[in-house]
Design a protein around this ligand. Sequence first.
Ligand SMILES: [Zn+2]
Length: 156
Amino acid sequence: MSTKDCCSSCKTEVKEENNNNCPICNNGGRSVAKETIVHLVKDGYSNLLHSEEYMICMKEDCEAVYYSLNKDEVYLQHQVKVPIWFKVDANPKYACYCSEVTEKQVINAIKEQGAKTVKEINAITGAMKDSNCIKNNPLGTCCHGIIQEIIDKTLV
Ligand SMILES: [Zn+2]
């Protein structure tokens, strides 16, 4: 490390402050709309949300779910209303949060009823009816992609 020899005014070390990684596990996160987080943290936490920009930790075995970009706030799995499907302890693993359809139901629809497309899955399981993903899905994104992933995974 030769940073000690660096002139004190060049600010090359400021870099660290710009990283968006999880403050608990230091792995990468994804940006999530505040509206989603307000809806999904348990009662009593939503009024603690003081930042404007939030991220979700994507690491499967990290307890942290949401954190503010400035790292002042961290919300752990037990402070969030729904299990985060990609975390190791998620139970049940929801594929579609709006209609509360689980990964297991999707896999059954594929294996036992021969569904091959998201449309067929939806017809069998009732997934993606009355969608309000911005409020119900922990990533604030449509569950279409999650269901497609399960199809791809199950049909190989
Ligand atoms: Zn983490």
